[in-house]
Design a protein around this ligand. Structure first.
Ligand code: NDP
Length: 274
């Protein structure tokens, strides 16, 4: 049986659940994989990636802080990587110099979110204007929401983010000033790291109701709520953390490498307690 040589690169990397997730996928799909976490410093990234693939590696996941640099190392890129300028998955044929870069974050989010809330025709508010906000916007736009609204602590970062989407028709539906938006907000996505060092709070009032669905890209490793979800429950009982996105983006990477889409019904306890 072919053994796939796979891994995840980042700095730090100890926290990554990707090795456990991919080993579960391999068990489930009856494939043999060797999936290792690699802590790689930025200055060694180019040579590490080149050596990994030239010595027979099949695929790498990419996490912070290497997503942008890896999109530049690749010799070919997917349309979504061309737009966002970042990649979370690299693939190469055995011992080839060609490296293909993909980003599965946005579609991983959509696969999870659409099981929980209706995206088409919704007013979707994204909090944050960093790398993860950028990576999810094209996939959200593909689902044809009514409006995508953006808000960020540093307001000056919103416009440059929108300008990246200038050549796409979705630009028409991205709203950067939510102050005068009076329609209901159906979904709020937290793409910030606010709350990492204390309670989550947003700096201004938002037009939220008990029908609003709250989705946090961050996740906990147990049944506790993230700081954002602890804030969200004052409005609504409809919410989810980003564990499902984590599983789905991994499944899409696994499919890219092996041609087989694994099942994504995985519980936190399947990963943390083994
Ligand atoms: P970035 O560093 O690129 O962006 C951070 C964002 O958070 C910025 O918009 C920043 O605002 C905002 N922010 C930080 N602190 C505060 C605060 N105290 N109050 C308000 N806003 C704040 O991070 P990423 O976009 O890469 O990641 C964001 C989150 O998404 C992380 O928690 C990450 O773990 C999660 N994520 C989850 C994934 C999954 O698979 N579930 C995949 C990818 C990311 P400002 O511009 O003002 O600094």
């Amino acid at each position: 049986m072919t053994e796939y040589r796979l891994g995840v690169i980042g700095d730090p990397i100890d926290h990554s659940l990707s090795p456990q997730i991919h080993n579960l996928f391999a068990e489930q799909t009856n494939l043999k994989i060797d999936y290792q976490p690699y802590r790689v410093l930025s200055e060694n990234l180019n040579s590490f990636v080149k050596d990994f693939f030239e010595s027979g590696g099949d695929g790498l996941n990419v996490t912070l802080p290497h997503k942008v640099q890896c999109s530049q190392i690749a010799t070919s890129t997917s349309p979504i990587v061309d737009i966002i300028g970042a990649a979370n998955t690299l693939k190469s044929a055995k011992r080839s110099k060609d490296i293909f870069a993909e980003s599965t974050d946005g579609n991983g989010l959509i696969q999870d979110l659409q099981e929980k809330s209706k995206i088409g025709s919704a007013n979707i508010l994204i909090l944050g204007a960093g790398g993860s906000a950028l990576s999810i916007i094209p996939s959200i736009a593909d689902c044809l929401p009514k409006n995508i609204l953006l808000d960020n602590r540093s307001q000056e970062k919103i416009q440059p983010l929108i300008e990246r989407f200038n050549n796409l028709t979705i630009n028409n539906s991205i709203i950067d000033n939510i102050d005068h938006f009076e329609d209901d907000i159906d979904i709020v996505i937290n793409a910030t790291s606010a709350g990492f060092s204390g309670a989550f709070n947003w700096y201004r009032d938002l037009n939220l109701s008990k029908k609003t669905f709250f989705y946090d890209l961050s996740y906990t490793k147990d049944n506790s709520k993230t700081p954002f979800l602890n804030w969200a429950i004052q409005y609504s009982d409809n919410y989810s953390d980003g564990f499902g996105m984590l599983i789905n983006q991994a499944a899409l990477s696994y499919e890219l490498w092996t041609g087989i889409m694994p099942g994504t019904t995985i519980n936190k306890s399947d990963l943390i307690n083994d």
